[in-house]
Ligand binder design. Structure first.
Ligand code: EPZ
Length: 416
C-alpha cells in the first residue's frame, strides 16, 4: 500500500488540469451494455474505480481498444452477473443492473455491502425497477432480476438518489412506452448520462430537473461521448487554493457546477475570476468561518463536506457543518484532530473551532473524500503529514500528487 508525504505551508500557485468526472464515467460505462457495437468514450479519468468498472464489463464479455477515445466492444456479452468480489470493492457496480435488464431482460448483481460513510441501501433502485415490470428476488446476497416485459411507468423516488435515478433512466430507455421519474436527482452527472443516452438514440426529457420523462425506443446505437469535467475534483482544488492562501487557475471545468461551493468559499474570504471553462481561485489572507449543510444538487455537495471542514479547521471563528445526506460521513474528523483540529460532533453536525495552525502528523485515509481532506490539511499544516492507505484517494483523484507538485506543493508518494 502507498502513502503520501506532504511538507505543508507552501501557497499553491499556477495552473491545474481537471480530469473527466468519475461519477459521470461510471454510469456511462455501464450504459455501453445497452446495445452492441463499438462505443467511443473520451476524457475518461485514470482512476481505480474506472479500472474496476472496465474489469466488470470485461467479465460480462465486453472487450476494449485502449486509446483516446477508448473503444468498447459490446457485441458478445456472455454473462449477466456482477459478482460479489467486484461489487464489494465498488458499490457503483450496481449501475449495470438497469442496462442488463433493459437489453437482456435479466441480471444477477451482488447486493453492495455498506461502506464507511453509511448503509447506502439500494431499495429505491429495486422498487423503481419493479414499477417497470422487473421481477426482483434477493437470494444468497444477490439481486436476481428478470423482466419478461419492460413497460414504462410513473416512479416517485422517496429520496433523489443519484445512481438510483441513473439506473432507472437506463432501464427505461428500452422499456415500452413512457416512464416518468419524479423527485429525480438533478446532479450534472445525471445530465451527462442523459446527454450520452440521447446521443445513442434514447428519448429523454427533463434531465437536471426533478421530473425526467423517458419515451422508450426499440433499439439504440453505440455512443460517441466525451465525459464532463469532474466538479468534485474542481471544488477540491478550489479549497486547496483557499487553505494554502494560494492563486490557482483550473480547467477545463464548468463553473456553474460548483456554484454552491464557490459561494461558501467567497464567504470564507476567497476570490474567483471565471471564464466559461476555467476558474482562477485566490485565497484570502484570513479564512472566515462559514456554516454548511450538505444537500442534493444544486445544494452544497456531500462529496465536499470533508474538504471544506479541513479548511474551516484554520478559520478565524467557529463553523457549523451538517451532513444532510449520509449517516456516517465524519470518519475524517478523528484524523483531522490528530493534526490539531478542534472539532466537536453532535449527531450529524460538526462544530469546528478554527485554530491558527495545524501540525503535521501521520494520519490514515478511511474513504475517498476523507483522504482528500487529509491531503488538504497537510498542505497547510506545519511540518510533515503522512497520509496512509491512499488507495482510497486513487479511486477518485487522478495523479493528485503530480498535480499538486506542479502547483508548488512539497508532496511525494512512497511505499508504506
Ligand atoms: C452518488 O452515490 C455518488 N456516487 C456519491 O459519490 C455521492 O456522495 C452521492 O451520490 C450523493 O451525492 C456515484 O455517483 C457513483 P444516493 P449514490 O443514492 O447514488 C439513500 C464519491 O465520493 N438511499 O444519492 O450511492 C442513501 O443511503 C461518492 O464520489 C436510499 O436510502 O448516493 C443516502 O443516504 C461517495 N435508498 C441518500 O439516499 C436507495 O435506494 C443519497 O444516496 C438509494 C439511496
Amino acid at each position: 500500500m502507498d502513502k503520501i508525504l506532504i511538507e505543508g505551508g507552501r501557497p499553491l500557485q499556477g495552473k491545474v488540469r481537471i480530469s473527466g468526472a468519475k461519477n459521470a464515467a461510471l454510469p456511462i460505462l455501464a450504459a455501453t451494455l445497452l446495445c452492441g457495437g463499438v462505443h467511443r468514450l473520451r476524457n475518461l479519468p485514470r482512476l481505480r474505480d474506472i479500472r474496476t468498472t472496465k474489469t466488470l464489463l470485461y467479465h460480462l464479455g465486453a472487450t476494449f481498444e485502449e486509446g483516446e477515445p477508448l473503444c468498447i466492444h459490446t457485441d458478445d456479452l456472455d454473462s449477466f452477473e456482477a459478482p460479489y468480489d467486484l461489487v464489494k470493492t465498488m458499490r457503483a457496480s450496481v449501475l449495470v443492473l438497469g442496462p442488463l435488464v433493459a437489453r437482456f431482460k435479466e441480471a444477477r448483481v451482488s447486493l453492495p455491502g455498506g461502506c464507511a460513510i453509511g448503509a447506502r441501501p439500494i431499495n429505491l433502485h429495486l422498487t423503481g425497477l419493479e414499477r417497470l415490470g422487473v421481477k426482483i428476488e434477493l437470494r444468497h446476497g444477490y439481486v436476481e432480476a428478470t423482466a419478461p416485459r419492460l413497460a414504462g411507468s410513473r416512479i416517485h423516488l422517496d429520496i433523489p438518489t443519484v445512481t438510483g435515478t441513473e439506473n432507472l433512466m437506463m432501464a427505461a430507455v428500452l422499456a415500452e412506452g413512457r416512464t416518468v421519474i419524479e423527485n429525480a436527482a438533478r446532479e450534472p452527472e445525471v445530465v451527462d448520462l442523459a446527454t450520452c443516452l440521447t446521443g445513442m438514440g434514447a428519448n429523454i426529457d427533463g434531465a437536471g430537473s426533478p421530473v425526467i420523462t423517458v419515451e422508450g425506443v426499440r433499439e439504440l446505437r453505440p455512443m460517441d461521448h466525451t465525459i464532463m469535467p469532474d466538479r468534485i475534483e474542481t471544488a477540491t482544488y478550489l479549497v486547496a487554493a483557499g487553505i494554502t492562501r494560494g492563486d490557482v487557475t483550473l480547467g477545463p471545468c464548468s463553473p456553474e457546477h460548483v456554484e454552491a461551493v464557490m459561494r461558501k468559499l467567497e464567504e470564507a474570504g476567497m476570490q474567483f475570476t471565471l471564464t466559461d471553462d476555467s476558474i482562477r481561485a485566490v485565497g484570502g489572507e484570513v479564512i472566515h468561518e462559514v456554516n454548511v449543510k450538505t444537500m442534493p444538487y444544486p445544494g452544497f455537495p456531500t462529496d465536499m463536506q470533508a474538504q471544506i471542514m479541513a479548511m474551516m479547521a484554520l478559520a478565524e471563528g467557529q463553523s457549523i457543518i451538517t451532513e444532510g445526506i449520509f449517516e456516517n460521513r465524519f470518519m475524517h474528523v478523528s484524523e483531522l484532530r490528530r493534526l490539531g483540529a478542534d472539532i466537536h460532533i453532535e449527531g450529524n453536525t460538526a462544530i469546528v473551532r478554527g485554530r491558527p495552525k495545524l501540525q503535521g502528523a501521520p494520519v490514515m485515509a478511511t474513504d475517498l473524500r476523507a483522504s482528500a481532506s487529509l491531503i488538504l490539511a497537510g498542505l497547510a499544516a506545519d511540518g510533515v503529514t503522512e497520509v496512509s492507505r491512499v488507495y482510497h484517494l486513487d479511486r477518485g483523484y487522478e495523479a493528485i500528487e503530480t498535480k499538486l507538485s506542479a502547483l508548488g506543493a512539497k508532496i511525494e508518494r512512497a511505499k508504506e
